[in-house]
Design a protein around this ligand. Sequence first.
Ligand SMILES: Nc1nc2c(ncn2[C@@H]2O[C@H](COP(=O)(O)OP(=O)(O)OP(=O)(O)O)[C@@H](O)[C@H]2O)c(=O)[nH]1
Ligand SMILES: [Zn+2]
Length: 188
Amino acid sequence: MKDVNYAQIEEAVRMILQAVGENPDREGLLDTPKRVAKMYAEVFAGLGKNPEDELSALFNELHEEVVIVKDIPFFSMCEHHLVPFYGKAHVAYIPRGGRVTGLSKLARVVETVARQPQLQERITATIADTLVNKIEPHGVAVIIEAEHMCMTMRGVKKPGASTITTAVRGVYHEDPQARAEVFSLMRG
Ligand SMILES: Nc1nc2c(ncn2[C@@H]2O[C@H](COP(=O)(O)OP(=O)(O)OP(=O)(O)O)[C@@H](O)[C@H]2O)c(=O)[nH]1
Ligand SMILES: [Zn+2]
């Protein structure tokens, strides 16, 4: 994790409160800058981390068929508005050469990639590329379904609108039938 400058966040939050016409010195807001600084440190904890480091647990198991972990909940922050977007990630890969990773490690990759100012497309692609680079599987497919609060609580205000993004690599990129099969397992 990158070093977080808590004092600077606190100062900035005080300034924002003042700028919107609030009184940062009223009792209810006194600890708010501190809380917000802690909150940002937590929700941006993925900054400066390499998600490939999460894939350190490798088991030498010759399983050259698909492994899918689906419905991995995640929370991220849209880099345009710094409001949350959240939903579920589904991650599938076909191990190669006995390089099978711990199931929880797939969820850890999702967590690390999501915990930074992000775009849904970039989270999706980064998860796929992390697996490709670290364990060189036969194929990877990632689907993310999310609701963006910048589209629900503000702006166009369309609660319930859901965004689906995919990233496919290797055999899932090359073979439409394999891709259709894995997508139906992931979304079923
Ligand atoms: N592609 C993509 N766009 C996103 C994501 N999160 C938010 N956005 C969009 O980023 C865009 C920013 O558009 P701008 O016109 O620069 O900003 P804005 O005036 O606040 O736009 P509105 O949201 O339409 O009010 C909006 O269309 C958002 O819906 C994301 O993960 N991926
Ligand atoms: Zn946004």
